[in-house]
Design a protein around this ligand. Sequence first.
Ligand code: BGC
Length: 746
Amino acid sequence: MRGSLADPDLNAKAEALLGKMTLDEKVGQLVQYSSGQPTGPGTGRTDYEDMIAKGEIGALFNITNAHASNAFQRIAVDKSRLHIPILFGLDVIHGFRTEFPVPLALASTWDPALVEKTARVAAREASATGIRWAFSPMVDIARDARWGRMIEGAGEDPFLGSAMAVAYVRGYQGMRLDAPDSIAACAKHYVGYGAAEGGRDYAATEISEPTLRQIYLPPFHSAVKAGTASIMSAFNTLNGIPTSANAFTLKKVLREEWGFQGIVDSDWTSLVELIPHGIANDGATAARRAFLAGVDMDMVSSLYHDHLAHLVQTGQVPEITIDEAVRHVLRVKFALGLFEHPYADESKESAAMLRPEYIQLARDAAERSFVLLKNSAGPGATPLLPLSKSVGKIAVIGPLANDPANMLGSWTGQGRPEDATTLQASLVSRLGKENVLFARGTGISEGSDQEIGEAVATAQKGDLVILALGEHASEMTGEAASRTKLGLPGRQQELLEKIVATGKPVVLVLFSGRPLTLPWAFEHVPAVLAAWFPGVQAGPALVRVLFGESNPTGKLVVSWPRSVGQEPLYYNALNTGRPANKVDLSRPPADTESKFVSRYIDEQSSPQFPFGYGLSYTSFSYSPTQISTKELKASALRTGLRDSKQGSLTVTAPVTNSGQRAGEELVQLYIRLTGTSVAQPVRALKGFQRITLGPGETKNVTFTLGPDAFTIWSDQNQFAIEAAHVTVWVSPDSAQGSPAELEIVP
Ligand code: BGC
């Protein structure tokens, strides 16, 4: 990538500028404030213009139009002594004006190339307003559906999470970071934020080093390898040390081991929050601790502005460390070409938004993000979905059937409700007004008997009911939106049961930012589609999938719980000494064999639907997994002898479309290692591939596994390839597949 942070030319430019800067100007580059639309308690400052003129601000965010960003930029470029441009940032999370499906949904496509395209579109639109920095991707591993921010990431798996991290970085940063329509990425929240105790946002995390190294760090490392220009430190403590003052993660891992050259930004006020965390009793100490631990830029706390220069003058912070942080910032500004083109072209701003090809991409992405959870027989013996063209009258019922604002999800950027097309609107344009009946039934959180009664009457008039139920995107998902109850909010469950009681065939379309615990629905409703929050093209995408013009291909990126008490729930768990896999868990424990195992006495251990699960309108069958060798040599793997028979593994499985329609299958590869010095997960994803098969067609799916797949964090506190017994599965999800076995010998 051109404009890469390692480019020696950038270093030379940064060095030359650094040589001219006063201490105050250096500190200024490390200061970042929000202007407008706050996302938390802010500083309340209004003197940005004066500060910019004095070179006291390096970055601003939450400015969302070219006129406003240019106005600030003119002050920086014309009035400040060294004319250093401002870097404008924003939470561009799943689109800017063209809102795509939420990140959890985008990940459910398992299609990094598609996700990269959505990020590219977001970069084009955002950069047209002067924004050159996205606080995205969120690459936090999320194993607990109570955590509201699960919606912002790629789910529970580090392998898929890494692929998505790379896709976003490439999409935002493009082929050349210095192209005016490229924007700097920011992998966040570094690190372990998703492991918040109890799923409670901002809560402490305790993560062992093997788990940190193998589960939580890999997506960040992948983002760094893909060239991310920045990293955001997090709010949480990690093993007692706040991640915004954690020298182990910020210096040792990020800088020394990974060689990261870009900006480390704090999260919103995460520096002043070191005081309530209890590792600083005043602002100056918080600033010193965060800075010396490796945070370059202070988002909103204002502690660097208030204290850094004094800390240098009193010898508490060496000036060479300030220089190093400023280098990180200047390098990114030079890499972006900000000095050459600091302004957005106001005349091109509006034409850059919502272009027809972006809308088309939004529809494709939404279609591919839906996960078909259940599709059993409707009237007649055939599955209820796809709907037949002669379906008759459809009653579309529920609070999310015609709610454009909620279709945009959480972190809606500049997305506007009027840009979104709802399910109801699309059904009407497909079938005609006379064939679509509508009743809201209830609001998301509250409803009346009368409205529910009207909905039941409406259902009775229809030939089929589509229920659109779920969460409120901005109130119940995203930041500060953790939940202890994961059922349908308000009176929606009651509405669901009353509608099903009418005896009409029911399709349930679920809108949510996480899996919801709905055992009753999964038992009584014939067809259930997880639609997440699909973005501006929600309606058209849903209608195409419901009527079978598009065959569902999405698969779950999080384990779907049966009840909240199972959380945290994730497929790549460690085994126990007393696994419950041979016990019938649907029964209460009757004897010692079924009692003293790792289980609940009142719930099954398995998820409702496993990670990787998703149905299609056709079906696929997998033949046994075949492997190229029964023995791999650890030494050959270590030296990367990919061509040697013992230095890499080829895994093949024939997959057949055993149904009546053409379809696409996402084929997954998992391994398990036993006999290692540190216990390994019962399964770990190491590959995925997508194949398209006509009815009756078979394809051989082949994966090649090299050293990365077999590397673990060992009891010697280092990455290692150890002798081990290996089990390999090629499978449609994390719970199926026939195993093949081999050994890694020393
Ligand atoms: C969030 C970040 C976000 C930042 C800036 C914080 O509250 O945790 O994800 O980038 O605000 O808006």
